[in-house]
Ligand binder design. Structure first.
Ligand SMILES: Nc1ncnc2c1ncn2[C@@H]1O[C@H](COP(=O)(O)OP(=O)(O)O)[C@@H](O)[C@H]1O
Ligand SMILES: [Mg+2]
Length: 330
């Protein structure tokens, strides 16, 4: 049975079709025979009469990356009217994002099937969530106390300080104990002690890349995307000029990912991207993980198709058999 799948995404023209994982998922959904709609965050609302509704626009995905979609009809209706709703709105994780998770959780209570689980989206801070898996992390401190941060830097000598709610490498500082700007960096990041941040021992293996490992429906994708910092840069983020190189997982990558996978899946997280530097877990990305396209281009492993299979499984749907016209080459 074809499913009706709605994707909550940023404005379509802000997405980059040559690398965007949400578009890869929508293309995979269409290729599997499902109907695809998009929803914009501002249209999600609740009324006593109809519960949680949104304006959904049906789209047809095209192969071209210049004109990548054609829009069809738009309709306002309840989220429970879809077989699955995929929340792929990018952070910032601000109060509007939290409010959207409240609305989606209400829709879920009324029978909608939402991925990732709105509660899990709200509860998992992408940085703080590693504290649950301390056996896989380097020495880390979460505090807003300048004295504790100074002491941490003194003990570990070479450290990274970062905000808890950043992304794309924004405001991530490498700080050594002899850095003349050490105290200013602490004051700036903690806003003079008003904001809690994370301090972490510097992991030298970052020169070999910050590895993004995808976990889909509780299964670990066998290739990661190592994001390698450009020369003279600490941050591996693609947004900070890093280069993405797909690689098979190491034994340690697998150990970490396979320990987390069933626990995260159990909490309704159908798609998670964990970050591992060297042998250490540094982030658990749940809001809108990426890197599907790069992994597929370099290895042929289609994690977007794997994601749609996981959605089908969670809807209790059988995959749609290919029609006679479908060639094996497509
Ligand atoms: N403990 C660390 N050791 C070495 N490099 C780190 C460490 N933490 C972060 N980095 C570098 O900073 C980048 C961004 O940090 P990260 O924690 O991933 O935050 P963001 O959410 O901004 O991606 C990483 O890709 C990596 O290059
Ligand atoms: Mg990161």
């Amino acid at each position: 049975m074809p499913l009706r799948i709605a994707f909550i995404v940023d404005p379509l023209d802000a997405l980059k079709p040559y690398k965007d994982s949400s578009i890869a998922m929508m293309r995979a959904a269409q290729a599997a025979g499902h109907a695809v709609c998009t929803i914009q965050q501002p249209s999600i609302h609740w009324t006593t009469q109809h519960g949680v509704c949104a304006e959904a626009t049906s789209i047809v995905l095209l192969e071209s990356n210049s004109e990548w979609y054609v829009e069809g009809e738009s309709m306002i209706g309840p989220l429970r009217g879809f077989d699955a709703v995929i929340m792929r709105k990018d952070p910032p994780f601000d109060m509007e994002y939290v409010t959207t998770t409240w609305l989606l959780e209400r829709a879920e209570a009324d029978g909608a099937r939402i991925f990732n689980s709105p509660r899990a989206l709200r509860d998992h801070s992408e940085k703080f969530a590693i504290t649950e898996f301390a056996e896989f992390t380097v020495p880390t401190l979460v505090t807003r106390d300048a004295g504790m941060i100074r002491e941490f830097i003194g003990t570990h000598r070479d450290t990274v300080l970062k905000p808890l709610d950043g992304m794309g490498g924004s405001q991530v500082f490498r700080v050594r104990d002899d850095d003349p700007n050490r105290n200013v960096i602490i004051e700036t990041l903690t806003r003079d002690g008003q904001r809690t941040i994370m301090a972490q021992r510097f992991i030298p293996a970052i020169s070999e890349g910050d590895k993004r490992i995808l976990i889909i429906g509780g299964e670990v994708v066998p290739y990661c995307l190592a994001r390698i910092p450009m020369a003279g840069e600490t941050r591996g983020n693609l947004a900070a000029g890093g280069r993405g190189e797909a690689r098979p997982l190491s034994t340690r990558d697998r150990e970490i990912a396979e320990t987390l996978a069933p626990m995260l899946a159990e909490r309704g997280m159908i798609f998670v991207g964990i970050d591992v530097i060297g042998d250490w877990l540094t982030e658990i990305n749940v809001t809108s993980p990426t890197c599907m396209v790069e992994i597929c281009q370099q290895t042929g492993f289609d994690s977007a198709a794997m994601f749609i299979k996981a959605v089908e499984a969670s809807c209790g749907a059988e995959p749609i058999p290919p029609t006679e016209n479908d060639s094996d080459e497509s």
